[in-house]
Every structure is written in structure tokens, then in C-alpha cells.
Design a protein around this ligand. Structure first.
Ligand code: ADP
Ligand code: MG
Length: 397
């Protein structure tokens, strides 16, 4: 689960991390009050969406002006006018799709005098199976470029989960970030603080980009992106409260209620599969035949007829779907159950797009004959290759 920057900063602040004063704006009439709460002389108006790259982003609507989703203001009037220009409009960043995300919340924050912008994150390092810090002096808006062209400028430091962050670890991070004087003293306190927040709140990622050294020599958390491990949310009701469902795909929410894994993508072919590996293979082969997946819905190992039907309906809700490929390996799950679910859902939804079904595994013959005898316009496929070929041809009509 993801949360907004202003919420992440509140969580980090509660642990004692250095965060600027700021005021969230949840409706347009709160703008003046929020700006008034901060003394100036520099205000920063920040779009709150669940996507990074806001500073370099662009709004779709011309009313929002040419500037990005993070704007500096040197007077209250300017801050208010930036806020009004952004609110309600759609911000496109490197991490959104081409339609962008509607900005329904803003964060107005005290401006900082920045001397250096650093990069710092905590994540689970799969290679070592430990939490790890990632640190670089090259923070700011182009960390992906740094990782690509000068990876030697990035330090990955695994943390022993038994010992936690030791002074030696903190020293090493300070060195990597070239912290001296007050900034170094701040760093020695900050790293264990962030680690504590990360582990206690079951975060899966905590990214601070940038962490800044200010002109006065101290550190400040200037941006914060936090996501939480969904499997641990049951023990954090305070975090669950922060969920902003308007940032999530409506179909993904419905899918999570059925315990289905649904992922929305940008193409035209809806995919119903079981298992992440089969999902990847299905998407790869669709691409190989020149088309793109619109989504995939993983019905998992033990779905029943109702769950399969629900999955099918969720896939159909995406208006970009021009065809559906069902690709299921019946292991624990039986092919005849899948076939019944698919047929029931097709009847209910008055399917208007081509449907290719490829089944393999337990009770495959029963499954195939259910589909064949249904009298519905379903295209059977023999293997993965055949299925991909048939669906990509079928949507060309
Ligand atoms: P994003 O990563 O989504 O682009 P950031 O919060 O990192 O958004 O902001 C982008 C840039 O805007 C930062 O790298 C920094 O230069 C500037 N910025 C953000 N917040 C402030 C602030 N409070 N004071 C001064 N500059 C800021
Ligand atoms: Mg940032």
C-alpha cells in the first residue's frame, strides 16, 4: 500500500526525523488557510499523487500553466495562485500513464535553502535477504539516470537485522553522502531513526529523494515516498487509515475484495491467468505477437466458479479491452471449474469481444468439452503460442 508524501512525512516526523513544517490541502477552499499557517519567505506547493517525478511533470490542462507539479512561491499570493492552478488538474509524470493523475490533494510546505540534494532509501535487498540502505550524493530528480550511467556513485549497505543500524553502518553512510559537521551529527541520528520507522511500520520501501543538506549545515527530509507490506497491514490500523482509494484503480480494489491479483496495464488484451509466472509468460508472448496486455488477473491456485466469474467481469470493465485471453494451468485448480466459471461470466456479461481460452492440466478434456458445447463464441487454443496467435489475430477483426 502506498501513501502520500505529506502522510509519509508525518509518520517520519513522529519518529523524530527532520521534516519541514507544512499543511495539507484536501479541498480548494483550504488553500488560503494552509498558506497562512507558514511564515515564508519561501512556500513550496506540492501536488500529492501516488507517483514520483512530480517536479518534472506536466499538467494536461492549459489552465494549470507550464510549470511542474512542485512549485516554489515567493509570496502568499503566488503560493495561492500555484495551488489553484494545480488543484483538480491532471499531472503527467514519468511514472504515470499519458492521462496523468488528477491532483486532489496538495501539500504546502516551508521552503528550504538547499546546499546539496542527496539520495537515501531503505528497502528489502533480495540479494542478501536483509533490509538495506541505498545512498548517493547524486540526489534530486535524476536518480534513475545515475543508477544507469554511474552506478558506482550509489552505495548499497545491507543491515544485519539482529544488530540493527550500528554506528559503523551510520559512519559508512555519512562517508558515502560526504556529510561533515552538523550534517554528519544529524545523519548519525537519522539513519537509525529511519530504520526504526521502516521495521516497526513494516514498510517495504522508504525513499527520501532528496535528503538535503541545508545552507545552515543541517539535514532535512525534503521528499518521502513510502510503501507498506500489504501482508502486515493487519497490525497497523493507523497506517490503513491513510489509504487513499482514489489513487488506486477501482478494478484493483474490487479484485482485492475477491482476493484476486489484478494489475491494470496500457494495452488492449485482457488476460486471465493463474500464477505470476504464467502471467509473465502470457504477457511476453502477447508482446511477441505485436500486441500489448490491457491487464492481467491472477485467479490463484484454488479459485471456484464464482471467483473465476468475478475475475472475468473485472477484466471486462476496462474499456480498452479489445479481446480476452484465458490461459490457465489446472493443477490444484481444475480445468472444468475454470470452464464453468468462464461460461457463466460470458453469459452474464454479454461478451462483445473475442475470447480465446487455453486450458492445460487436470480435467483438461472435460474443460474443453464444456467450452465446446456451450454454444458460445469462444475460440479454443491448444498451447500458449497458438493462444497468443489467435487472440492477436482476433482483435484485428
Ligand atoms: P518529485 O520527486 O516528485 O519530483 P520532490 O518532492 O522531490 O518531488 O520535489 C522536486 C524538487 O523540488 C526537489 O528535488 C527540490 O529541489 C524541490 N523542492 C521540493 N520541496 C522543496 C522545499 N520544501 N523547499 C525547497 N525546494 C523544494
Ligand atoms: Mg523527489
Amino acid at each position: 500500500m502506498n501513501i502520500h508524501e505529506y502522510q509519509a512525512k508525518a509518520v517520519l516526523k513522529s519518529y523524530g526525523a527532520p521534516v519541514a513544517n507544512g499543511a495539507p490541502v484536501l479541498s480548494i477552499d483550504e488553500v488560503e488557510k494552509a498558506v497562512d499557517q507558514l511564515p515564508g519567505p519561501l512556500w513550496v506547493v506540492k501536488s500529492q499523487i501516488h507517483a514520483g517525478g512530480r517536479g518534472k511533470g506536466k499538467f494536461v490542462e492549459s489552465a494549470a500553466g507550464e510549470k511542474g507539479g512542485v512549485r516554489l512561491a515567493f509570496s502568499k499570493e503566488e503560493a495561492i495562485s500555484h495551488a489553484k492552478a494545480m488543484f483538480g488538474n491532471h499531472l503527467v509524470t514519468a511514472q504515470t500513464n499519458k492521462d496523468g493523475k488528477q491532483v486532489n490533494r496538495l501539500y504546502i510546505e516551508d521552503g528550504a535553502d538547499i546546499s546539496r540534494e542527496l539520495y537515501l532509501s531503505v528497502l528489502i535487498d533480495r540479494a542478501t535477504g536483509k533490509p538495506a540502505f541505498v545512498a548517493s550524493t547524486e540526489g534530486g530528480m535524476d536518480i534513475e539516470e545515475v543508477a544507469h550511467s554511474t552506478p558506482e556513485k550509489i552505495l548499497t549497505l545491507p543491515i544485519d537485522p539482529i544488530a540493527g543500524v550500528t554506528d559503523k553502518d551510520s559512519e559508512q553512510l555519512c562517508d558515502a553522502l560526504k556529510l561533515e559537521g552538523d550534517a554528519r551529527a544529524d545523519g548519525m541520528k537519522l539513519f537509525p531513526t529511519l530504520y526504526k520507522a521502516f521495521t516497526e511500520k513494516d514498510m517495504s520501501m522508504l525513499e527520501i529523494n532528496p535528503l538535503i543538506v541545508m545552507e545552515d549545515g543541517h539535514l532535512r527530509v525534503l521528499d518521502a515516498k513510502v510503501s507498506f507490506d500489504g501482508n502486515a497491514l493487519f497490525r497497523h490500523p493507523d497506517i490503513v487509515e491513510l489509504r487513499d482509494k482514489t489513487e488506486e484503480d477501482e478494478k484493483e480494489i474490487e479484485a482485492s475484495e475477491w482476493d484476486l491479483a489484478y494489475i491494470a496495464l496500457d494495452g488492449t488484451i485482457g488476460c486471465m491467468v493463474n500464477g505470476a509466472g504464467l502471467a509473465m509468460a502470457t504477457m511476453d508472448i502477447i508482446k511477441l505477437y505485436g500486441e500489448e496486455p490491457a491487464n492481467f488477473c491472477d485467479v490463484g491456485g484454488g479459485a471456484n466458479k464464482e471467483k473465476v466469474a468475478a475475475a472475468f467481469k473485472i477484466i471486462m470493465k476496462d474499456p480498452n479491452v479489445k479481446g480476452i485471453l484465458v490461459n490457465i494451468f489446472g493443477g490444484i485448480m481444475k480445468c472444468d471449474v475454470i470452464a464453468e466459471g468462464v461460461i457463466a461470466a460470458v453469459k452474464e456479461t454479454n461478451l462483445g469481444v473475442p475470447l480465446v481460452v487455453r486450458l492445460e492440466g487436470t480435467n483438461v478434456d472435460e474443460g474443453k468439452s464444456i467450452i465446446k458445447n456451450s454454444g458460445l463464441n469462444v475460440i479454443p487454443a491448444d498451447d500458449l503460442d497458438d493462444a497468443a496467435k489467435k487472440i492477436t489475430e482476433a482483435i484485428k477483426g
